[in-house]
Design a protein around this ligand. Structure first.
Ligand code: 3ON
Ligand code: FE
Length: 490
């Protein structure tokens, strides 16, 4: 393995910051080519399309943005067929992306602190929201949609990745309503006679928060829609589902928007964590029939849930939990972040007992993790295997450099690490067609390799993660660290 000139072998770190930073360079170019530099072999039965979204630009014509979550959405698409793979990437042509490219400068403020040049006066009372379409990408109901939780989705052409435009889901999102970036697919919806169903939500935060639930059949038709109001401000990035419920974690945060109005901070920087208030677990019946239940648990912050299920009259939820909100620094470069000063995400299990008002938890794994995924057939059901992006080291907060397969039955862990010079993100589990068993399939992971300033698509055998890649596809360029992706089988 190539050793980074910057990793001090006596240091306890598994990476150098210089290496990690390079993965946050913009990738302004758009490519389309057959991948021909491959170590190992692509499994011939791996067929379908991997779509992934994430910030493609970390600067607008050399004006840096304040945080990666403010970066314009860029879709990567890797198509697999007959043991070959084709790469393509394209920016979502959002209104803001197109205008800023023409102007050659930042024209919009970002939620996470990006400001227009010219100081606070230039930003004062500019409350327009730039829909950057950068968080997730899914193919459902014959539509490819790029998602960003505070606005409407953008529809893309699944072949060319060209932007068709904003999509209101056949009039459902009238007057520019939002559509969250974390849909869940129920593989066999009990309410729909066992047909698959896509469940998503939309949040309208305020002194009271409105949560809308939408469920769609495989053709993209709306099956269910109901809205609920819960007390207090809520920042709900993700949700978990079971056959009967949608579950949200209302983290103990409050919103103090004055600096946002004044042009001093982004809206997301005006969120404050309250370590003394409980986290509230919101349980919404999916058929919309009965009451919403709200139960309390210890203060913690959750972006992502791994899974939830119902068993013996209880509801279980596995989530990546932070001790407090990893708030966004005010000044300076996010690339200089002090990892040690921020809490790491850890895997926790919550158990909701019927009739109880509080929820207990158990820590499943302390290792720094994010982006939990599982077999699509186990979503909302009891499951055994979880795949997560994790740090190379067992303890402490650090960039994600490895993938961990966690066995819920035995507690076993298998890890493959790209350290010291490789950096990962969200893994994706793809079941083998006709396979048997929950871990019969592959784990796909985009790895940024600082040794060559390029990215690789790594394919692991889900049954032998620790044995290392069965194929490593070298892209001709790098892709900045991204957010979420999905896989559409042939
Ligand atoms: O009233 C406010 C208005 C508003 C527009 C409330 C608000 C802050 C909820 C809001 C908007 C929120 C948005 C747009 C959130 C977007 C989140 C996003 C793009 C990404 C979140 C990512 C989460 C994680 C955990 C990423 C981890 C990344 C790594 C470990 C690095 O690879
Ligand atoms: Fe997310």
């Amino acid at each position: 393995k190539s050793q980074s000139p910057n990793v001090d072998p006596l240091d306890s770190k598994s990476y150098s910051r210089e290496d990690w930073k390079q993965g946050y360079q913009s990738q302004p170019e758009e490519f389309s080519y057959w991948i021909d530099e491959i170590d190992g072999e692509i499994p011939p039965d791996l067929c379908g399309t991997f779509f992934r979204n994430g910030p493609g630009l970390l600067d607008i014509h050399e004006q840096p943005i304040h945080h990666p979550f403010d970066g314009d959405g860029m879709i990567c698409k890797i198509g697999f067929k007959d043991g070959r793979a084709h790469f393509q990437n394209r920016f979502v042509r959002t209104k803001g992306y197109v205008e800023e490219r023409e102007a050659g400068k930042i024209l919009y403020r970002g939620v996470f602190g990006t400001q227009k040049p010219g100081g606070w006066l230039a930003n004062f009372l500019d409350l327009r929201v730039k829909n950057i379409a950068n968080t997730h990408v899914i193919y459902w109901g014959e539509k490819l949609l790029a998602l960003w939780e505070a606005a409407q989705p953008h529809r893309l052409d699944p072949e060319s990745l060209e932007t068709v435009g904003l999509d209101d889901l056949d009039g459902l999102l009238e007057s520019g309503k939002a559509f969250a970036a974390h849909p869940r697919i129920d593989p066999a919806c009990a309410i729909d006679e066992g047909a698959p169903c896509l469940v998503n939500f939309a949040v309208k935060p305020g002194p009271k928060t409105t949560i809308a639930i939408y469920e769609f059949d495989p053709a993209g038709n709306l099956r269910r829609h109901h809205e609920h109001s819960v007390p207090g401000f809520a920042f709900l990035h993700d949700m978990a589902i079971t056959p009967n419920y949608c579950i949200f974690f209302q983290n103990p945060v409050s919103f103090h928007p004055l600096p946002y109005f004044l042009g001093l901070k982004g809206a997301g920087q005006c969120i404050r964590f309250n370590p003394k208030a409980p986290t509230k677990v919101i349980v919404i019946p999916r058929d919309g029939s009965s009451q919403v239940q709200i139960v309390e648990t210890e203060p913690c912050f959750v972006f992502h849930h791994a899974n939830a299920w119902e068993e013996n009259g209880k509801i279980y939820i596995d989530s990546v939990c932070y001790e407090s909100f990893p708030s966004i620094q005010e000044d300076g470069d996010f690339r200089e972040v002090d990892f040690d000063a921020l809490p790491e995400g850890q895997l926790w299990r919550f158990e909701i007992d019927e009739g109880r008002e509080t929820v207990g938890h158990q820590v499943l794994s302390r290792r720094c993790c994010e982006f939990p995924v599982l077999h699509p057939a186990r979503v909302g059901r009891p499951y055994r295997y979880l795949y997560l992006g994790v740090a190379d080291r067992e303890t402490g907060n650090a960039p994600l450099q490895a993938v961990m397969k966690w066995d819920a039955e035995t507690g076993d862990r298998q890890v493959w690490s790209a350290a010291p010079r490789g950096f990962g993100g969200e893994p994706l589990f793809v079941p083998r067609p006709g396979g048997d068993g929950e871990d019969d399939g592959w784990v796909l992971l985009l790895v940024y390799d600082a040794a060559r300033h390029g990215s690789d698509l790594v394919i692991l055998d889900a049954r032998a993660i620790a044995s290392g890649p069965i194929a490593r596809l070298h892209l001709k360029h790098h892709i900045p660290y991204g957010l979420h992706g999905s896989f559409t089988p042939e």
